[in-house]
Design a protein around this ligand. Structure first.
Ligand code: ADP
Ligand code: MG
Length: 460
């Protein structure tokens, strides 16, 4: 069994001695401090499980010791002791984070029990943390849900590279979790105390992006009235996350290549060279290899950033994760709103698994949130899901391949319009055709081509 270590802080040296002798006889390791100052010295020298502090001390009070321990040694518990037992002080002590509050004269057994309770509580906290870590492993990392083997491989990869300085390129369609993974990498690295700085490269025109990244000196361009620190500088000691890197222009790519190679740059309009130490994580929803092939992305930059590649699968390619994610969002949303929604019906789960999710996890999250807010019962059924999900779009149409012709692209809105008119005419072909201004045969043909025949709900 581990021997627990205690620090006793009291300015009554006599009491200090008798208390420490007694506690040592109970086989605790005990150190004594007669003032706040001495207590801080001990705390900086070695770890303690428990601090026992008198409220009244010569050079301060027990509340000061409590605040110091909470801030610098959050794992240690604090018991406060005073000769003037008052309810106010007790409440104040507990509010400020003390584990318990004892009044003088101390009764040995009472003290012993309070110490054991505090130490037992720590074991519980540790046990919880350990169990939570096990769960994290099973259900993903830092609330990132995923049991699909590709996701599990990604979690392993992140675990092994987070603590290095390797550049990481995350690719995947919009909504697959790129930003979330980037943040998880930072949190899992030894740079977690540093800043995580995010730059949406696609959101800014080139000149602004340059000053955003590198900063500028006053007078560098119209409107630059003062010096501005850039994002690279802000991320010194931390992580910089360059999102939508595929949108950077060729001249911007040259500047990025330099900073990624040398970790050096100048502010816009400046001459001083800055050096930074930041971890670089990038994300893209373009196929950068393809962009290299057609000459819009520099090959040297591509090789520089493609050191470790995390490829996030589309949601429709990991259908087993769909119910898992849906329940995760359901639970979050129930906690947030206080609405008690327990689960999905099997039909709802099937419909979600059959759907193509062009917006990936983000779309799923929105769908679940909307269903929790608008649903009328404590389970979510197909009716609570968007119409497009109750009537699955054939994959051929939903597939977001690059070489889609205009005709194919127009099938999506065409299908949506026909579906809406069909619904509003209770699936009566004749009146739907009239409302759309086409003849009935054309409507039949279109319904067949767009996979709407199968989509008619039963009973109509
Ligand atoms: N595996 C996942 N587990 C839990 N939530 C996820 C997961 N992937 C994505 N999300 C959530 O989906 C939304 C979109 O994710 P995000 O990281 O912004 O995607 P991207 O950056 O690829 O567009 C966010 O709210 C994120 O929290
Ligand atoms: Mg993102």
């Amino acid at each position: 069994m581990k021997q627990s270590s205690l620090l006793i802080v009291d300015d009554d040296r006599h009491l200090l001695e008798s208390m420490s002798d007694w506690l040592r006889s109970l086989s605790y390791r005990v150190e004594c401090a007669a003032s706040c100052q001495q207590a801080y010295e001990w705390l900086s020298k070695k770890p303690f499980d428990l601090v026992l502090a008198d409220v009244r001390l010569e050079d301060g009070d027990g509340f000061g010791v409590l605040a110091h321990v909470k801030e610098h040694h959050p794992h240690a518990s604090v018991l406060l002791i005073t000769g003037y037992g008052s309810v106010d002080a007790a409440v104040q002590a507990i509010r400020a984070g003390a584990f318990d509050y004892l009044t003088k004269p101390l009764i040995d057994e009472e003290l012993h029990m309070a110490i054991e309770r505090a130490l037992g509580q720590q074991d519980l906290v540790e046990e919880n943390a350990r169990l939570k870590e096990q769960l994290d492993r099973r259900f993903g990392l830092d609330h990132i849900v995923g049991q699909d083997h590709r996701m599990q491989r990604i979690f392993d990869l992140i675990d092994s590279v987070a603590d290095t300085k390797a550049t990481i390129l995350i690719s995947g369609e919009s909504g697959t979790g790129k930003s979330m993974i980037a943040r998880a990498i930072h949190r899992r690295s030894m740079r977690r105390e540093g800043s995580f700085v995010e730059v949406a490269c696609g959101a800014l025109p080139e000149t602004l992006l340059e000053s955003e990244l590198f900063g500028h000196v006053a007078g560098a361009f119209t409107g630059a009235t003062t010096d501005k620190m850039g994002k690279f500088k802000q991320a010194d000691g931390g992580t910089i996350f360059l999102d939508e890197i595929g949108t950077a222009s060729l001249s911007m790519q040259v500047k990025l290549l330099r900073v990624l190679q040398e970790f050096e740059f100048e502010q816009v309009g400046g001459t001083k060279t800055y050096h930074v130490d930041s971890r670089v994580v990038l994300a893209t929803n373009d196929d950068l290899m393809e962009r290299v092939a057609d000459g819009t992305f520099r090959q040297d930059l591509y090789y520089r950033i493609n050191v470790i590649n995390v490829e996030l699968p589309r949601l429709r390619d990991r259908v087993m994760d769909i119910p898992l994610l849906a329940r995760h969002f359901l639970q979050n949303m129930s906690e947030e709103t206080g609405r008690i929604v327990k689960d999905f019906t099997p039909d709802a789960v099937n419909a979600m698994q059959a759907y193509t999710w062009p917006g990936n996890v983000r779309e799923l999250q929105n769908v679940v949130e909307r269903a929790v807010l608008l649903g009328k019962s404590d389970v979510i059924d197909v009716e609570d899901l968007p119409l497009s999900m109750a009537r699955p779009i054939p994959r051929r149409i939903a597939e977001t391949g690059k070489q889609r012709t205009l005709k194919e692209a127009l099938e999506i809105p065409e299908r949506q319009i026909i579906l809406e008119v069909l619904e509003s005419h209770q699936w009566n072909r004749q009146s739907t055709a009239e409302a759309l201004g086409i003849n009935r045969t054309t409507l039949y043909k279109k319904m067949k081509r767009l996979g709407l025949e199968e989509a008619q709900p039963a009973g109509i």
